[in-house]
Design a protein around this ligand. Structure first.
Ligand SMILES: [Ca+2]
Length: 313
C-alpha cells in the first residue's frame, strides 16, 4: 500500500487527494462472491463448449454485428488497413465484449478495482496495479474517477479495456485529441492496435478444425504448442496442408456431440491476449467468420463444415 501511494504521488496526486478518493470508495461484496464462484475448474465432457458458444453466436448477435459493421464500415476499413487486422475480428471482439455497446457494465470502476485490489488476495497484485493505472488515466484525461462505470473487473467502454491496456494501447482514432474508450471510432482503432501490438500476423490463419483423434496425455488448450507433424502422426489431420515443423496449439472443445479438435495458429494466441481463454478466443474467431460469411463470401468455402481459416486472405 505504501509503494502504491508513493507511485500515485509521483504521478501528481497529493496525500489528501488520495485520502479523499479512498474515503469515497465503496467495497462491493457481490464482486468477491462472483469471482469466487467463477474460479472452479470445469470437468467434462458435458458439452460446455456448445453451451458457451450458443450464448454468444446467435441470430441476434449476427444481426447486430452486421448492423455495426455496416454503420462503421469506413472506420473499420481504415483500422484494418492501418493495423493489418481484418474488420471481422474487430467487430467480433466489440460484440463479444459489449454487444457493440449494448452492455458496457454498470459497476463504478473505482469501486470494482478497489474491491479486487484490497479484498481479493488471489489477484491483489494485478488489481492494485490496475487501480493505480486507472487513477493515472483519470489524471491524464482529466475526468472524475468516480464517474466511469464498466464491468465488475474494471473493464471499460466498447472494447472493455482495462486501465493498463488503455494506457498502452488505446488510440485517438477519430483525431479529436482524446483517447476515449466510450467513443466507437476510438474503440475500433484501439482494438485493432491492441491486436497488432500483441503479434497479429496479417493474412495468416487463426484456427482450423482437424479430424478428431486421441490426444493421449498431451496437454491441450491455447497454451499448448506442438509441431504439426507430431499431431498429424497422432491422427489430427488438418483440411489444408501445413509444414510439419510449424508449431500450433492443440485445442480441445467439449462439444455436445463429443470433443472437437482444432489447431490454433499464432493469431489465435493473439486473441487470447485479450482474454486468456480457449473458449473465448474460439468464440471470437467463429463470430468473426460468421459475420464475414454473412457479409458476403466465406473466405474458405471449400473447407469442411465448422472449420475455417479466418484471418487469411
Ligand atoms: Ca478520440
Amino acid at each position: 500500500m505504501g509503494r502504491f501511494i508513493g507511485r500515485l504521488q509521483a504521478k501528481g496526486y497529493t496525500r489528501p487527494e488520495l485520502a479523499r478518493v479512498f474515503s469515497r470508495v465503496r467495497p462491493d461484496e457481490w464482486i468477491i462472491e462472483y469471482m469466487n464462484r467463477q474460479w472452479r475448474p470445469s470437468s467434462g465432457p458435458n458439452g460446455a463448449w456448445t453451451r458457451y458458444r450458443s450464448r454468444h453466436i446467435t441470430p441476434d448477435m449476427l444481426s447486430r454485428g452486421t448492423a455495426f459493421w455496416n454503420t462503421h464500415a469506413a472506420e473499420l476499413e481504415r483500422a484494418s488497413r492501418k493495423y493489418g487486422v481484418p474488420p471481422e475480428y474487430i467487430v467480433a471482439i466489440i460484440g463479444i465484449e459489449t454487444k457493440w455497446g449494448g452492455y458496457m457494465g454498470k459497476h463504478r470502476i473505482i469501486d470494482a478495482l478497489a474491491t479486487l485490489a484490497f479484498d481479493y488476495p488471489r489477484r491483489a497484485e494485478y488489481f492494485t496495479g490496475e487501480l493505480e493505472n486507472y487513477l493515472i488515466m483519470a489524471r491524464q484525461e482529466g475526468f472524475d474517477p468516480f464517474q466511469p462505470v464498466g464491468s465488475f473487473a474494471g473493464a471499460m467502454g466498447y472494447g472493455q479495456f482495462m486501465p493498463s491496456s488503455y494506457l498502452k494501447y488505446a488510440v485517438d482514432f477519430d483525431g479529436d485529441g482524446r483517447r476515449d474508450l466510450w467513443d466507437k471510432e476510438d474503440a475500433i482503432g484501439s482494438v485493432a492496435h491492441y491486436f497488432k501490438q500483441h503479434g497479429w500476423k496479417t493474412g495468416e490463419p487463426v484456427a482450423t478444425r482437424v479430424s478428431a483423434a486421441s490426444p493421449g496425455g498431451l496437454e491441450t488448450g491455447f497454451r499448448s504448442s506442438y509441431p504439426v507433424g507430431r499431431l498429424q502422426s497422432m491422427g489430427f489431420r488438418a483440411p489444408v496442408s501445413l509444414p510439419d515443423g510449424q508449431r500450433v496449439s492443440l485445442l480441445q472443445l467439449d462439444a455436445a456431440g463429443g470433443y472437437e479438435y482444432w489447431f490454433g495458429f499464432d493469431n489465435f494466441q493473439t486473441i487470447t491476449k485479450y482474454n486468456k481463454s480457449t473458449y473465448y478466443a474460439m468464440t471470437v474467431h467463429q463470430l468473426a467468420q460468421a459475420l464475414r460469411a454473412r457479409r458476403g463470401g466465406a473466405r474458405y468455402s471449400a473447407e469442411p463444415a465448422g472449420s475455417s481459416l479466418g484471418g487469411a486472405g
